[in-house]
Design a protein around this ligand. Structure first.
Ligand SMILES: [Zn+2]
Length: 152
């Protein structure tokens, strides 16, 4: 299947100035984003390639998803880009998805940004709960993140 390719900065304008993104890559932000390849997939939402750490995005999600969700997903995935750069295994099979240290770290960072944006605990839970995750799994993830999400 022919897929379109590009770089992150062609699709996501101004992210190099974003404080959450700079919190991940620091001084290397511009360089990393300039070199980060983006590829389109036809399922799911977004992911990072295990091979070379490039970003994979479902184009339909990009055009139909809620801007806020897409933004938080990008923050989450950029955490994985950084983890991949550090040589960490993003798909360590010893862990369930919601228990995997790289996932907990990425979710924690995205939730921190969601709170900064003013999302309520209920809204954050809705964001975290995709059709791929059971209610039990979401509750476990929230516990693993270790952040207090008050009822509301
Ligand atoms: Zn993830």
């Amino acid at each position: 299947m022919v897929s379109q390719k590009g770089t992150f900065i062609e699709y996501f304008i101004g992210f190099e100035k974003n404080s959450a993104v700079r919190g991940i890559f620091g001084e290397e932000t511009e360089e990393v984003l300039r070199n980060l390849k983006v590829d389109f997939i036809w399922f799911g939402y977004m992911g990072v390639s295990d091979d070379d750490g490039h970003l994979m995005i479902n184009k339909r999600y990009l055009s139909t998803g809620r801007k806020q969700d897409i933004y938080l997903d990008v923050i989450h995935e950029l955490c994985h880009v950084k983890q991949h750069m550090e040589g960490r295994d993003l798909f360590d099979p010893r862990y369930d998805y919601v228990d995997r240290p790289t996932e907990i770290e990425a979710y924690r960072y995205a939730v921190q940004e969601a709170k900064r944006m003013g999302l309520s605990a209920a809204e954050i839970r809705v964001y975290l709960k995709t059709e791929m995750m059971s209610n039990q799994a979401v509750d476990k993830l929230i516990r693993n993140i270790g952040m207090k999400l008050e009822e509301g």
